[in-house]
Design a protein around this ligand. Structure first.
Ligand code: HEM
Length: 447
């Protein structure tokens, strides 16, 4: 190999190197590094070397072209207590088999069939909404998307446990970001934080166990993802163990609702801040649907709706960074990347890069013309990641987000509640730190 240098980067502190600055403000820190040092930035968090990659071609190299030389990062794997060896965290042949097993549940036709469930649950939320009422839109969306994923994939009704799941998720995500500390206390030590986390994890375990046990009791093949996973056999005729089943269900349960809830919450907030976009959306919905229930087949006739969701995920990508660890030494952007180095690729950084988007901070759904999307380099916009580990639920999420938005925005406009500060909280996902309190304004009833 040629002699290659290490990439430039910010000087670190003696203790923890760059971790302290990163932990204080992950979004600002990474954006600042990319602007100041370029497309490959060398960072060090304690004993871990990281390269922040901010060039679409380099991101494609890691996620697609050379994906076999990379695995998921240790930091994600440290969260085994919750996700176990599910689709998000497993590797190699085991992952490939599980992905093949789950794939049919995400087929386009299958997702289209889920459309009815998505709209039915959205309409059920509407029943409780009143003109002038203030809601926490993030809490509402978490509840709604959780019910939808549980019903579509596992034919389970979790409505009564949704608040429990919401609370547990909050604790788990806080726990994840606390791992950015210089001193990490092992899980086994009974600190208040560890106890809170363990209790939250047990609540989630309990819900997932109930879903699986209920299906076992009924012994029915309902043709949904849960039945597919339970009935699948490997070459030797063996079934998935209880632990494997638990890990897959938990992963889909968690990965399948919080991200979409975040996307919708950010979207409602951005619309409340951009009256002309809000009006355009309401007009499109009125013209195409005229008050009737939306269906999947309406979506191609609602182009502005699609652009709103795309633009919202550009500015507030629910998955704001992905990481991969190099198995063997390789070359990235002219620099030597030793084995064990983590490549960080941030949607937050890329989606706001002025090289790819004019006025990058502006919420402008109109920018998403077909030509605009076509002219963008592939990994300048990647809300669902890319390559073999691309989000399995991308089609599900896009269908769901648009149908929910169409159903709710047709009936109500949302105004930000007075005094509400909206701030992103970057844990595994990007969620509104203190929720988003919004006042509902019912659209005038048509004659
Ligand atoms: C707006 C909503 C969503 C966003 C932004 C999102 C984003 C992502 C991203 C970026 C990845 C790749 C992570 C990586 O490369 O390390 C991913 C993976 C994954 N997502 Fe999503 N996701 C969303 C919705 C969903 C839904 C609805 C489901 C399931 C119903 C889901 C299930 C998964 C699973 C299982 C993986 C792991 C796939 C694998 O490695 O084979 N996601 N998601």
């Amino acid at each position: 190999m040629r002699t290659l240098s290490t990439p430039p980067g910010p000087k670190g502190h003696l203790l923890g190197d760059n971790l302290r600055e990163y932990a204080r403000d992950p979004l600002g820190f990474l954006s600042g590094c990319a602007r100041e040092y370029g497309d490959v930035v060398g960072l060090r968090f304690m004993s871990q070397n990281l390269y922040l990659l901010s060039d679409p071609g380099l991101i494609e190299y890691v996620l697609v072209e050379n994906n076999r030389n990379f695995v998921k990062t240790r930091i994600l794997k440290r969260n085994r207590r919750l996700l176990g060896d599910g689709l998000l965290t497993s590797e190699g042949e085991f992952w490939r088999r599980q992905r093949r097993l789950a794939q049919p549940a995400f087929h386009r036709k299958r997702v289209a069939a889920y459309g009815e469930v998505m709209v039915a649950f959205a309409e059920r939320s509407l029943e409780a909404w009143r003109d002038g009422q203030t809601i926490d839109v993030h809490e509402e969306m978490m509840h709604l998307t959780l019910e939808i994923v549980a019903k579509c994939l596992f034919d389970a009704d979790v409505g009564s446990r949704a608040t429990d799941v919401g609370k547990a998720m909050k604790v788990a995500l806080k726990d994840f970001s606390s791992q950015r500390r210089l001193v990490r206390i092992p899980r086994g030590v009974p600190t208040p934080r560890n106890i809170r986390f363990e209790l939250a994890a047990r609540r989630l375990d309990d819900i997932v166990r109930t879903i699986i046990e209920d299906r076992r009791k009924s012994r029915e093949d309902r043709g949904d993802l849960l039945s597919m996973l339970m009935l699948a056999e490997d070459e030797g005729g063996g079934r998935m163990t209880d632990k494997q089943l638990r890990d897959e269900v938990m992963t889909l349960f968690l990965a399948g609702h919080e991200t979409t809830a975040n996307a919708l919450s950010w979207t409602f907030w951005l619309l409340s801040q951009t009256p002309h976009a809000e009006t355009r959306l309401a007009e499109e919905l009125e013209r195409v649907l005229g008050g009737r229930t939306p269906t999947v087949s309406d979506l191609p006739d609602l182009p502005y709706l699609g652009r709103v969701v795309k633009e919202s995920m550009r500015l507030y990508p629910p998955a704001w960074v992905v990481g991969r660890e190099a198995i063997a030494e390789c070359e990235v952007g002219g620099y030597r990347m030793p084995a064990g180095t983590t490549a960080l690729m941030s949607q937050w950084v890329m989606h706001r890069d002025p090289r790819y988007h004019d006025n990058p901070e502006l919420f402008d759904p109109d920018r998403w013309t077909a030509e605009y999307a076509k002219a963008l380099p592939r990994f300048s916009y990647f809300p669902f990641g890319g390559g073999p580990r691309q989000c399995i639920g991308a089609g599900f999420a896009m269908t769901e987000a648009r149908l929910i938005l169409a159903t709710l925005a047709q009936r109500f406009r949302m105004d930000l509640a007075p005094g509400q500060r909206v701030e992103p909280y970057a844990s595994i996902t990007l969620r509104p730190k203190e929720g988003i309190r919004m006042r509902l304004v019912e659209r005038s009833q048509r004659g």
